[in-house]
Design a protein around this ligand. Sequence first.
Ligand code: PHB
Length: 391
Amino acid sequence: MNIPKCASAVLCTLLAAAAAPPTFAAEALKIGLVLPMSGPFAGYGRQIEDGVRLYLKVNGDTVAGRKVELLVKDDTGVAPEISKRVAQELVVSDNVDILAGFGLTPSAFAVAPIATEAKKPMVVLNAATSAVTTKSDYIVRTSMALPQVTAPVASWAAKNGIRKVFTVVADYGPGHDAEAQFKKTFEAAGGEVVGEVRSPVKNPDFAPYLQKVKDARPDAVFLFVPAGEQGVAFMKGFAERGLEKAGIKLIATGDLTAETVIDAIGEPGLGVITSFHYAESHDSPENKAFTHAWYQAYGPDRPDFMAVAGYDGMHLIAEALKKTGGSADADKFIAAVKGMQWVSPRGPVSIDPTTRDIVQTVYIRKVEKVGGRYQNVEFDRVPDFRDPGKP
Ligand code: PHB
């Protein structure tokens, strides 16, 4: 045999190591989170990141033998060019396995082609325009679709004596979806949309719209604006301009009364009817465990639907990796999530194997004060509801 003699003990050790089969510890699982962490939508980034981190805190930060590493990049909100640039950096420089996050629709639209080209799974944790999941075969969504959370409140309105509605929506993807679905469902049920306005997605001034609505004297206004300060401003204007006194009701998707803003809305929010997939007050053991863990980890800040989408998104990633034996290969990952079912803090959910979108219960809720706290109180539900905005 021709065994080379080692010139030194050190060299000998090195040669032996080189000849031995590799015994790598499993590589870290790198998840690149593209989120608004600054600007008017920074609250989305906070909720989503905290939701993802809470899942890891509760369930351990190693999935299928791989330690999870989160790389968070700020895309500042409605800034598709920035979303694209930071996603590219995550793929090219940081070599992430999975892209996730996406607080707003323009961000998800901008990054979808990168997921396709780079063959990375893309887990959407908020962006809720129906078409988001059609923009790449590697997208899966754990939040919601606007038509899905709009149709139930349109049906509720038609069944509850509301005949004439004026719609007010933010002028971009999710608003257009909400406007179209509201009209479709409400008019099919015998109602009439008597006016429609679209407000700018950045810094809207609602005063002129509120006056227009008041003059049209509808039974109700249907509103969609992205969760946060805009809803608070709209509600303030609604009360100040006397729409409520004029007998005009307000109905909306639950973005309006998210638990992160419901206290800022305060009194004028009482009685507002919304439809949505998550309420902090949802009565289930899974939600009790989630909210308990949340308050232990984050103190007084309340969790809203974005926190739950982050938590569930991390659950989906962990379960998919268990199925693939730790591989984040995009084709294997997407095959693993199709048809996946679990009980979320929001209730039972599943991933539609055809659309890769979430199927879930949508609840009808009313803002009430419960034990001194403003809450969205669920009083009716549409179980296993798919996005009706998809063909
Ligand atoms: C979106 O941009 O898709 C979006 C943002 C905030 C929401 C809902 C949807 O509350």
